[in-house]
Design a protein around this ligand. Structure first.
Ligand code: PNS
Length: 162
């Protein structure tokens, strides 16, 4: 049976930290679905969902992630509904810290209760542990250099926005 792992997130925008986790997931599972999902806790986005999907696709090409990785967008409801639709029982989340684990744990248990979907936590490389999309947006918006933390396509898209 093909083991499909779903890697969900806001990806506003995708960072090298995300790509590190996606590459690790691609080593572990037969197929990885990177899914841009609406986060009901987050209000205004910098990039619209279509741009985020495109930036992920172009970033995957730029950094050369191995394996079968597809990119999509989910607006139709619960994340686990997408998992059911594609026959996946596995969510992958990158966790940088104990705070991330604390934030992710209730969602992981809820998703297991809702649909029997398990969550696998993966650690990014330590050099990426301080990288988040919100910090990237802030640093870029204030004129700082984000090129060490994002693919070139994302750095260019950010420069066009600010
Ligand atoms: O990158 P983010 O913003 O931390 O990603 C959070 C995301 C989008 C993965 C999270 O908000 C989510 O799982 N949303 C889907 C909504 C859902 O299914 N909620 C109920 C179960 S927790």
């Amino acid at each position: 049976m093909t083991k499909i792992a779903v890697v969900p997130g806001s990806f506003d925008p995708v960072t090298l930290g995300h790509l590190d986790v996606i590459a690790r997931a691609a080593e572990l599972f037969d197929e990885v679905h990177v899914l841009v999902v609406h986060n009901p806790d987050k209000k205004a986005a910098l990039f619209d969902a279509g741009d985020r999907v495109r930036l992920i696709e172009e970033s995957l090409t730029e950094v050369g992630v191995p394996g079968t990785v597809v990119v999509g967008e989910w607006t139709a409801g619960l994340l686990v509904d997408y998992c059911r639709q594609v026959g996946s029982k596995i969510l992958v989340k990158g966790v940088r810290s104990g705070e991330d684990v604390a934030y992710e744990t209730p969602m992981a248990i809820m998703n297991r209760h809702l649909a029997g979907v398990e969550t696998v936590f993966l650690l990014p490389d330590a050099a990426r542990a301080h990288v988040s999309s919100s910090l990237i947006r802030q640093v870029s918006g204030l004129g700082g250099d984000v090129t060490p933390y994002v693919p070139q396509v994302v750095a260019r898209a950010l420069a066009d926005r600010h």
